[in-house]
Ligand binder design. Sequence first.
Ligand SMILES: NC(=O)c1ccc[n+]([C@@H]2O[C@H](COP(=O)([O-])OP(=O)(O)OC[C@H]3O[C@@H](n4cnc5c(N)ncnc54)[C@H](OP(=O)(O)O)[C@@H]3O)[C@@H](O)[C@H]2O)c1
Length: 276
Amino acid sequence: MRVLLSTSAPAATGAFGSTHTEASGTGTVDLDAAYALPEPVPGIPHVRSNFVTSVDGAIEIDGRSGGLGGPADRLVFRTLRWLSDVVLVGAGTVRAEDYGPVPVPAERQERRVAAGLAAVPPVAVVSGRLDLDPQARLFGGAVRPLLLTSEAAPARARRALEPVADIVICGERTVEPPAVLAALAARGLLRVLTEGGPSLHAQFAQAGLLDEACVTLAPVLAGPGRLGMMTGPAWAAPLDLRLVHVLEESDVLFLRLARRPDSDSDSDSDSDSAGR
Ligand SMILES: NC(=O)c1ccc[n+]([C@@H]2O[C@H](COP(=O)([O-])OP(=O)(O)OC[C@H]3O[C@@H](n4cnc5c(N)ncnc54)[C@H](OP(=O)(O)O)[C@@H]3O)[C@@H](O)[C@H]2O)c1
């Protein structure tokens, strides 16, 4: 893997020391340093998302993301998880991808604990209906998942899942993104990695709660009719991001983008006839 562009020098050592170095024919990238998170501020969550997408914006092929990512994507995917306190995901993605607990190698668990994190980050699932099988892989790990739901969740489903997960109410009729972050912060889970899906991603971004987006751009055209990175109602205005870095391996690009503190746009005054 190589660095194509870096707009801010990564920390000299990542949160866990400069130890997770990924080398390839064209260079060396310390992924821990490249994706290092700011030191958490008590009570203030940092939320980043991670998606793999085709060049034409598809995030799934036949309902799964696996056909888009390759070995380098899986490495970045795992590194982002290992740098996080919690993996936040919508129930649609859990069902589509048959989510399991987060695998963390023993050596990595030790480094996480030494850095003040839990050995393994829990998975936190946002669901209104709680239509999840208590026997599913997700509930078979050492760390209990969190199920973030609303007061309107069906009582029967809730009772069935109580033995295998911690159920947290984060809204009255529907799950509210600020309540999700407050519930996670109350548990000391401030470094939040959301792996989508597109419905949850859109809600967090629209609520101004997404601090950064990590995007793997696969050199693929998936064609029409696929899901994109966001679903839901149209926004009144786009959200501007700032490029932090671009990494590359085997024609796959890895973009890290951060939310701009101000999203002023001057594009209206100088747009050409194509509107760009
Ligand atoms: N390429 C990638 O990186 C990537 C990443 C993630 C997902 N994906 C793909 O995305 C697809 C899944 O999309 P999706 O839209 O179903 O995913 P999603 O956003 O993961 O899940 C939507 C579900 O989350 C729950 N939910 C979301 N917001 C809620 C709220 N405010 N209140 C209550 N519940 C809420 C609901 O669950 P209930 O129905 O249980 O109430 C809803 O049906 C899959 O094909 C997956 O492969 C791709």
